[in-house]
Design a protein. Structure first.
Length: 174
């Protein structure tokens, strides 16, 4: 079992960061590089306790699906999503939100295990740990960018988009 621990400081209230972290739309915007889509369950908006979503995206050149359920939900302090179906043997992601003087300290604890015994252990160490860390860092940067701007406001969230393509990069939608 591998563990990834990340901390991200965000200059915004914990409740805002908590709900942005549960946004399917924001997750999709942060995962454009993997062509990720929500294909079943909650496919738009905010997730809550016992909600499920099935993500489909291209990882390592292969189209993969993973279904996750929100198994713990304590606003604005924490929530947990747990894989119920997918290619990994285990996947559990705990999200913590602590108010600090400068806003919120968001902490991720991701636990995962690859299938295939010894080959899976090698894949965890050589590929998956680094890949999933980068995936989470990209997602957290998007949460930070939206939380610290006006783009989290309901009039912007209701548009269902956080990003709009511009040239070869992305910018937040206004």
């Amino acid at each position: 079992m591998q563990t990834i621990l990340l901390e991200t400081r965000i200059a915004a209230p914990a409740l805002r960061v908590f709900f942005l972290s549960l946004s399917v739309d924001l997750h999709l915007a942060s995962a454009k590089q993997t062509e990720e889509h929500a294909v079943a369950g909650i496919t738009r908006g905010l997730m809550k306790l016992d909600d499920e979503v099935t993500w489909q995206g291209r990882h390592f050149g292969v189209l993969l699906k993973q279904t996750s359920r929100i198994t713990k939900y304590e606003p604005p302090y924490c929530f947990e999503d747990t894989m119920t179906k997918g290619g990994l043997k285990a996947f559990r992601h705990l999200h913590y939100f602590n108010e600090v003087a400068t806003g919120t300290l968001m902490r991720d604890e991701l636990f995962f295990r690859a299938p295939l015994g010894v080959l899976g252990i090698l894949a965890e160490h050589l590929l998956l740990n680094r890949y999933l860390t980068k995936f989470l860092q990209t997602r957290n940067a998007m949460i930070q960018q939206v939380a610290e701007s006006d783009h989290w406001k309901p009039r912007n969230v209701a548009k269902g988009m956080f990003l709009k393509k511009k040239d070869h990069g992305h910018r937040l939608w206004s």
